[in-house]
Design a protein around this ligand. Sequence first.
Ligand SMILES: Nc1nc2c(ncn2[C@@H]2O[C@H](COP(=O)(O)OP(=O)(O)OP(=O)(O)O)[C@@H](O)[C@H]2O)c(=O)[nH]1
Ligand SMILES: [Zn+2]
Length: 343
Amino acid sequence: MSMNFTRQLSEMSASELNDAIDDTNFPQAHILSRGRNNSVCSTSSASGITPLMDRTLSQTDEVPNVVGTTTASGNVNSASAGVGAVGNALSNDGVITSPPVAFTRPKLMLKTNGIIPEHEAEAPMTPKTPRTSTTPGHEHCTFHHDLELDHKPPTREALLPELSRSYRLLLSGLGENPERQGLLKTPERAAKAMLFFTKGYDQNLEDVLNGAVFDEDHDEMVVVKDIEMFSMCEHHMVPFYGKVSIGYLPCNKILGLSKLARIVEIFSRRLQVQERLTKQIAVAVTHAVQPAGVAVVIEGVHMCMVMRGVQKINSKTVTSTMLGVFRDDPKTREEFLNLVTSK
Ligand SMILES: Nc1nc2c(ncn2[C@@H]2O[C@H](COP(=O)(O)OP(=O)(O)OP(=O)(O)O)[C@@H](O)[C@H]2O)c(=O)[nH]1
Ligand SMILES: [Zn+2]
């Protein structure tokens, strides 16, 4: 079933959104894999949901559908769908804690070369720092290249003079006079603005997290929703903006709440496409706390579709990535979608 986005998002139920996501496979489904028997995060079990650990995986098993990404565009006038969240505690800052989701959760584990090493599978609580590069200056990166999660060394300020010259050329190319009073400082201002819009290239996950990962016996869904996002479309170098909702199911580790928003900043402040941004955020949260699952939904407005091109001023693009239990368990996914679409 494909999602019909000619309807307004506000008219759609969470289960309809859920179905649409369920039917979409993302081609990079091999990137994440579930842990083995000894990498289980257990919770009290009261529901009739089939324990995911009943599925046996060999060490080299590929797990299809672990990563799911959905994109949908359409005319959406309301940011929130009219679906009520039942029984959830919502605090003023938009942080939601749900009632317990009662079943045995396999913990998400990251592969380095498509295989989970035995010693990693046996020590699920040990922080993992998979590295796929020995490039000088990147030895301390927590991850590298696999999903273009790389960052550049913090030397981008050095680009300012050349960027300024480029903007000056641009002004001349437009037929403007870069020497006129109003434009004298414009090349440098524009260069600084562009460096700000792409400051995520200077950041990496490890620095941004600043150690704010805490051991906590909390295994209920954590959702931070409506995180503002400003990014730059890599096709036209014009902005796209919107809001990001992130949910994860902890496995004895929780993340400082602000760090979810900071993760959004790392990856949105780069030249992007919305699909990749969505996936990178989900993978970064996985790296940070090795949860049982991560869900990310982004609703974005692309100025390249508003100010130019097809000029559809009400169009919004919705993308999602569902990892682990959010991918495998429709009830968990639906609970998340209920939470993020409720007022
Ligand atoms: N999938 C995806 N596409 C994007 C994103 N941002 C911009 N695009 C698209 O990139 C495409 C580039 O298409 P081209 O035909 O090469 O460029 P164009 O002539 O400027 O296209 P139009 O925008 O249709 O005028 C357009 O369809 C844009 O809508 C994004 O985040 N994700
Ligand atoms: Zn664009």
